[in-house]
Design a protein around this ligand. Structure first.
Ligand code: G4P
Length: 286
């Protein structure tokens, strides 16, 4: 799904999420574990203020586990639980439900004391496109559900999707928020992980950003994957070397575009290993 940023989009998304908040107990904010800060909408704190929130670091199978642990600690605060999940392979779903239950415990205990049955936890999944909202809903439901999101001009009745164990019910239309591209790094991180289409930013620029990040954060994995003994300091030279190693030569020169595509493909398909492109320390959160 291509992302186009218009202020009107944000206002509409905000309205839609605000409407749904009235119906639910817990907000499940889905982010990409490889880029947890860049793959969220920074206004989410304000939009969902007052609602218990479960932050789900999804695609944890592709992220660096050490960095994911650091994020789990950095993001935890009052009224906010944080869990790491691999929705694609149904991993971490139990912790997700336990996290939601923790957030509701006090309220549910009070209801039980008064002899009332709290019933299932009602939740809304929100997140930017491509973070895995549909995948997570399907896995939690234990069946495939056609998830359409909110289409302009289409008003449909909200439906509750019952979860397998009965502990939780989800609204069937997840809240779609947009990332905020004001910081160019956010765009590069989202492009590198494949969350936004390559056409939105220049492919060479995305690849250059990526190769520099990999050099700084995961030099050994980079060397191993491309069979390099040393890594040139300069990003352009490094990308050229990768292209050369893979025989991407045309007219005597390394085909820079092909080398860029190759690097990004390999990163997105986990060929370079488990990679995280931002840490809490990058955001002075550690
Ligand atoms: P969205 O509703 O938030 O837009 O995201 P969606 O569920 O469509 O997921 C986007 C892509 O991310 C899908 O890949 C999906 O399989 C993948 N994905 C979701 N959760 C996880 C996860 O925990 N781990 C991994 N590795 N991938 C995940 P796709 O290539 O678009 O589709 P497909 O090839 O898997 O069918």
């Amino acid at each position: 799904m291509a992302i186009q940023w218009f202020p009107g989009h944000m206002a509409k998304a905000r309205r839609q999420v605000t409407e749904k908040l009235k119906l639910i107990d817990v907000v499940i904010e889905l982010v990409d574990a490889r880029v947890p800060q860049s793959s969220r909408n920074p206004m989410v704190d304000e939009i969902t203020a007052g609602k218990p929130r479960l932050i789900v670091l999804n695609k944890a199978d592709m992220a660096d586990p050490v960095v994911t642990d650091a994020w789990l600690r950095a993001l935890k605060r009052e009224e906010v639980e944080v869990v790491a999940v691999d929705a694609k392979h149904s991993k971490g779903l139990k912790q997700l439900i336990t996290g939601a239950q923790k957030l509701m415990k006090e309220k549910h205990d009070r209801m039980r004391e008064k002899g009332r049955n709290p019933g299932p936890i009602r939740a809304l999944i929100i997140g930017i496109p491509n973070v895995g909202k549909s995948t997570l809903i399907n896995r939690l439901a234990g069946r495939n559900i056609a998830i359409t999101g909110d289409r302009p001009g289409v008003t449909k009745r909200q439906q509750w999707i019952k979860m397998k164990g009965g502990e939780m019910e989800l609204l069937d239309t997840p809240g779609i928020l947009w990332p905020k591209f004001e910081d160019q790094l956010v765009g590069y991180r989202l492009a590198a992980t494949g969350a936004i289409k390559d056409e939105i930013l220049n492919l060479d620029d995305i690849a250059l950003y990526t190769v520099r990040e990999l050099h700084a954060r995961y030099p050994e994995q980079l060397k191993e994957r491309f069979k390099l003994e040393t890594l040139p300091e300069d990003g352009v030279e490094l990308l050229e070397l990768i292209g050369k190693k893979r025989g991407l030569i045309s007219g005597g020169y390394v085909d820079f575009e092909k080398a860029s595509e190759l690097l990004l493909n390999e990163l997105r398909h986990e060929k370079i290993g488990r990679i995280s492109l931002e840490t809490p320390a990058d955001h002075e959160m550690a």
